[in-house]
Design a protein around this ligand. Structure first.
Ligand code: PLP
Ligand code: COI
Length: 342
């Protein structure tokens, strides 16, 4: 199979129309068989539920080419399970988890020419999502839905790649207590657009959201969880019911403990503690692990000892081990690397 002729090493995190997508529709209480199609456009009624009350959720995962030429993806079963949780919270029908994983396999196989080569620095981003498709005007769940997966080759989420980021403590809240912060609902991202545009205008890379109840604890950014390393080399990551249970973060907790022998603390993290940490990073499918050098809090700066030039040493080990597992260079725990094409 011949790869597309793209400048893989210089891709940003953007959308490119690949050849194929997967589509399945839900009607009369059941999902149809689903199929791979070439049409990148969706035609919907003007009153479709997704347009009126934002009944939409999504997922994100990546496919990689390994050194020996296989195409693999990372823990797609966890994306399937999280999307099922999102659907239940939004009163949408669950797309069966086994079918989710099969659909990911099908759409990646169909687009094998778009999976960036090993060592190129790029990956294939896979975006499964679900939307309410029939007209809804009274506030209630729709009856018809579409589940779709498209793929697009991507480079680093943050411009500058591994350069440490500067994060602003946001005055806005991301997710209400008992709200939807723990699921991947489109509405969580709509609300983050104004704060991120403001943060960018002020020269910051991302926002740190605090817990809305007390504004004393670290939650997450608009698109990634936080990880911290203490001066005595413990791995610390915030626990909260209103942050997205990142698959990358859950994997890093295991990597830190089992591969690097670190003590792992998954607990409430108070903003007051940040000044005492040695390293800070963001983690997620898009962010992978992006180091944070500085946090800006209303005129005060918290500068991590790892500095603004490179990743801290433990963050680097975590990054190398995780990406080594994802690209098939390091043996991962059972079931983490899901082979799509040999
Ligand atoms: N937090 C938010 C708000 C996100 O959008 C994402 C991205 O999916 C993450 C965290 C990271 O989650 P994951 O590691 O499963 O990609
Ligand atoms: C992902 O990491 O997959 C996300 O959905 C985050 C988003 C900021 C692109």
């Amino acid at each position: 199979m011949e790869k597309k002729n793209l400048d893989w090493a210089n891709l940003g995190f953007g959308y490119m129309v690949a050849d194929y997508r997967y589509v399945s529709n839900y009607k009369d209480g059941k999902w149809d068989d689903g199929e791979i199609t070439t049409d990148a456009n969706i035609t919907l009624n003007e009153c479709a539920g997704v347009f009126q009350y934002c009944q939409a959720c999504f997922e994100g995962l990546k496919a990689y080419t390994t050194e020996d030429g296989r195409i693999v993806c990372f823990r797609p079963d966890l994306n399937a399970a999280r999307m099922a949780d999102s659907a239940r919270r939004l009163e949408m029908p669950v797309f069966p988890e086994d079918r989710f994983v099969k659909a990911v396999e099908e759409v990646v196989k169909a687009n094998a020419a778009w999976v960036p080569p090993f060592g190129s620095g790029a990956t294939l981003y896979i975006r499964p999502y679900m939307i309410a498709t029939n007209p809804v005007i009274g506030v209630k769940p729709a009856d018809e839905y579409q589940f779709r997966i498209f793929v697009t080759p991507v480079g680093p989420y943050f411009k500058g790649g591994a350069k440490p980021l500067t994060i602003k403590v946001s005055d806005f809240d991301r997710a209400a207590p008992n709200g939807t912060g723990h699921i991947k609902a489109g509405l969580n991202y709509a609300m983050s657009l104004h704060p991120i545009v403001q943060a960018h205008k002020e020269g910051f890379d991302e926002n740190m959201y605090l817990d809305p109840g007390t504004r004393t604890k670290v939650e997450e950014t608009g698109g990634a969880n936080f990880i911290f390393v203490t001066k005595d080399n413990k791995f610390v990551t915030p626990k909260s019911d209103s942050i997205l249970p990142s698959i990358t973060r859950r994997s890093l907790m295991e990597v830190a403990e089992k591969y690097l022998g670190l003590t792992v603390e998954h607990r409430e993290v108070f903003f007051e503690e940040l000044k005492d940490f040695a390293e800070c990073g963001l983690c997620g499918t898009a962010a992978v692990i992006s180091p944070v050098g500085k946090i800006y809090d209303h005129g005060k700066e918290i500068c991590f000892p790892s500095g603004m030039e490179e990743m801290g040493p433990t963050t680097r080990k975590l990054y190398e081990t995780l990406t080594g597992i994802q690209m098939g260079e390091i043996e991962g725990p059972e079931g983490w690397v899901h082979v799509i094409m040999e």
